[in-house]
Design a protein around this ligand. Structure first.
Ligand code: TRP
Length: 333
């Protein structure tokens, strides 16, 4: 790896990623791997903050690994690994717990949302979830963190924790910057354009999974909730459903929303929706084909994961050593 700056991001293996995840995150992971040293982690330790079926979790981790590989990040600059394979994350998380305030964690909107959703299991892991996220990022000295805008608050906390730690012990951590895409950071549900497209949505009509086939993708786009008008116009406030489809189409075809407006002027929603589905399938189908091929060979995937974990650990351990030393742990000789 010869890139100068480091990028880190984590993605949860709780469901197959959606078109929204691809356009808002994975696509940018690939772009960044052209210029940055990139660490992309499948965060299974974050996933268990809500109850997971063990067999399903194992399958999801392999599927996600295959999908990330299939997106085609530059392999020389990219380390793709599973978070729980690198115990340094858990160790740094414990240390950083002592530099994170109860009040700060209480203000996290994701914690409040998830507590409401899983009222029967508001566990300590759910509460300290952002501390583990800070540990992820800080372990690799990441300069930038590509995220969707729902993760801004967590990144702000990571920065605060890094600054606080550095304030006590000197410049141990790099203070990371968020990298939020101009377009696509917030792809909305096809069934309810007031909500973000969510891979865990109980209603599959709301999202396009990265493994959905062409027919399903087109069908879901055709059924997407829009409005009673007939004009393909980019107006997120008045026409959120149409604006969302336009964003999808624009990114998938590399056009600007204004161009899309001109292209479909006077055509109504029917033709437009089909075109959106075709454009989405155009982007997803090569990735889907590659991922499905990789999933056929789990032993091969497991070897790649082991290599990734070794490369990640080689970078994480020196940072962890510095942290341990900073707080006054005696080295085990
Ligand atoms: N919390 C992030 C999400 O739900 C996932 C995540 C975990 C992450 N660790 C991270 C993202 C580190 C960026 C950097 O999307």
């Amino acid at each position: 790896m010869n890139a100068q700056k480091t990028a880190f991001s984590g993605i949860q293996p709780t469901a197959i990623p959606t078109l929204g995840n691809y356009l808002g995150a994975l696509r940018n992971y690939v772009a960044l791997s052209g210029t940055h040293r990139c660490f992309y982690s499948i965060v299974d330790m974050h996933a268990i903050t809500v109850r997971q079926d063990p067999e399903t979790l194992r399958r999801r981790v392999r599927e996600l690994y295959a999908l990330l590989l299939a997106c085609g990040p530059n392999p020389d600059n990219t380390v793709l690994y599973v978070q729980s394979h690198v115990p340094a994350h858990a160790e740094l998380c414990w240390i950083l717990n002592n530099f994170t305030m109860f009040g700060e964690l209480s203000r996290m909107t994701q914690f409040k949302d998830k507590s409401a959703k899983h009222a029967d299991n508001i566990n300590a892991g759910l509460f300290t979830y952002p501390v583990l996220q800070a540990a992820d990022i800080l372990l690799y000295g990441a300069h930038v963190v590509p995220i969707g805008d729902d993760q801004k608050q967590h990144l702000e906390l990571s920065r605060d924790v890094a600054v606080r730690f550095n304030g006590v012990y000197g410049d141990v951590f790099v203070v990371p910057e968020p990298l939020i895409p101009k377009l696509g950071g917030r792809i909305m549900s096809l069934a309810d354009p007031s909500r973000k497209m969510d891979k865990s949505d109980p209603n599959p009509a709301g999202y396009i999974s990265m493994l959905d086939d062409r027919d399903v993708i087109i069908k879901k786009c055709k059924k997407a909730v829009t409005d009673s008008g007939a004009e393909v116009r980019y107006d997120p406030a008045e026409k959120p459903g149409v604006a969302n489809l336009m964003t999808i189409y624009a990114i998938c075809t590399g056009k600007e929303p204004e161009q899309v407006e001109r292209e479909f002027a006077g055509q109504g929603y029917g033709a437009f929706k089909t075109a959106v589905g075709e454009a989405a399938d155009g982007v997803l189908s090569p990735i889907r084909a590659k991922a499905l091929e990789l999933i056929q060979d789990p032993a091969h995937l497991d070897r790649l994961m082991a290599e990734g974990a070794a490369r990640a650990e080689a970078v994480a351990l020196p940072v962890l050593r510095k942290v341990r030393d900073s707080v006054g742990f005696l080295p085990r000789i």
